[in-house]
Design a protein around this ligand. Sequence first.
Ligand code: AMP
Length: 277
Amino acid sequence: MRVVRTRAELRDALASVPHPIGLVPTMGWLHDGHRALIQRSRADNQTSVVTIFVNPRQFNEASDYTQYPRNEAADLAICETEGVDIVFAPPVEEVYPPGFDTKVVVGAVAQPLEGAARPGHFEGVATVVAILFSLVGAEHAYFGQKDAQQVMVIRQMARDLAIGTEVIACPTVREPDGLALSSRNVHLTPEERAAAPILRRALIAARSQWEAGKRSGDALRGAMRSTLESEPLARIDYVSVADGATLQELEFVNGPALLSLAVRFGSTRLIDNEPLG
Ligand code: AMP
């Protein structure tokens, strides 16, 4: 496994590797969700590249960026175990060199939900992923369904900018109690951690209503909201029943849709989602 830190080293490392190349962009603090993406990349490709970069431009809260967990030694050990070929772990100035002055702004699909709750977040995501796609030239890139809107934003960006990297979404990996794995889970107190599976229960409550034939967006949003409100530690940021293609809120669910929610426990903000249909 080669660990490279500069654009030039990355270019050298990639020069002679066999294709197809699979890319797994991460912010580190790797867990089994990231491992699943790496394993899928290894299964589909001749060469797998993992990037580890806590991207300052996608954090809309400075404290979230400074407190984001980091442990490069542990991340590299996981990459080695998983058979990664190249790890790109650059410093900030290697991704955004002096004079860097471009933003990638994706349109409608980046506006609601996380886009509304975290101003500037998807600009930061689309910009860094465009740089990584351009640097690596991978045939395939792997992202988690846990960040469902992120997958849609990146697909839109890659299509519009004619970047020939295919975006592949992989299922959300969960703890046995249903909590989606997330690097941010490390910030939860034991009490908050015990309460956090309420996100999954809220999604399942709404899905059950949908399976029973309920099609009203308000009823499904209400099912999520009332489940979350039963947990005193949970503070709702949003609950959503949105069109699966546009992410616009739905009055009635008549086709593919996405249930999603964002909830705070103390200073930790968690998101999760469940596709319908
Ligand atoms: P992050 O390091 O949190 O930016 O995540 C890097 C990639 O891993 C993104 O594509 C995430 O959607 C994905 N990911 C994070 N958590 C999970 C999970 N629990 N299951 C599957 N993929 C995940």
